[in-house]
Design a protein around this ligand. Sequence first.
Ligand SMILES: *Cc1c(COP(=O)(O)O)cnc(C)c1O
Length: 372
Amino acid sequence: MKSPEVYKKLGIEPVINAQSWVTVLGGSLMKPEVLSAMNEASSVFVDMIKLNKSAGDFIAKICNAEKGLVTSGCAAAQVLMVAACMTGKDESKIDLLPSSSLVKNQVLLHSMQRNRYEKSFVMPGAKIVEYSSEEELNELISDKTACIAYVMAPWLSRGLGLLKTIKVAQKNNVPIILDAAAELPPRENLSKFIDMGVDLVAFSGGKGIQGPQSTGFLVGGKELVEAAFMNSLNLHSNLAAIGRPMKVSKENIIGLITALQLFIDEDESMEWGNWLDKSKKIKISLQDIQEIEVTIEDDKQIRQGPTVVIRFNENYKGPTLEKILFELENGTPNIFVSTQPNIKEISLVMVNLQDGEEIIVAERLKQILGNI
Ligand SMILES: *Cc1c(COP(=O)(O)O)cnc(C)c1O
């Protein structure tokens, strides 16, 4: 694998990413069209308020939402969604954040949906209040409720389920916000959650969409998105907005918009087919190794594209999982795969494997595992 000079200078070598759109490995790769659009965007000055609004409208149209806003990642969108639910468009409240002194300062989250991204929900000054049943959720909703938060991720419990949670929110007239960072593809999700009745939905721009890694966006109803926008920049009169450290550059806005257009234009079944072909090559390559089970799993609910899963039989006597991971991550090139705590299996996620890398991954695994 060729090491680009810019990284070599810093002593950094490229790695093979069979772990998915994970932040620690760089999210995803931008297409040449995205990079050239960003380059073009960088040649002039523009009115950032107008650019933000137009970009938001462009995204909203794609998502069948009233309004949209580009953010510096899905996590930033989560901060701004909660802020919007706390303040609405009231400037004195916006000015006050971060603060827990606003009346609406509670974010209701299912106890099984607690996760490592939830800090974003509390950054405006809100508190997370846990519920574990529909009854409890109904009881907890009060004047203090800023919103109900729902999080979608392949590794996370579904809590009450999105539909049921939306119903409770609507019955009680409180907003429901959704962290759907890595739920694209499928492309239908761009509008699905809005159509289901979610008030604000947040996605990452640097995962499946392949935009700049430090972008994301939120979409939803007009009032809440405008409130999120007011909380996002201190370009508005003398407002000191909580979103100031999460600004998005003109190059990143254009990069995201361009990537999103390419993303919706792409044929999802061909993309899926390409991932499946790579999976099959790896599976065939590993078929002679004793005492392991190799399957291709592509349940869209829990897998980010076709994934090769390696499980170990009871009488497997080869290297331990820890040893296998060590060998993969420290060989040349370093190879990163997906694992879950307390589950003895290896998942090879295809979405970020570049053409030909499936062969390198399979060969290396054969070397390590075949060494029994
Ligand atoms: C990746 C991810 C985030 C953070 O998204 P960024 O775009 O990296 O800020 C938040 N929530 C979930 C479930 C994620 O997978």
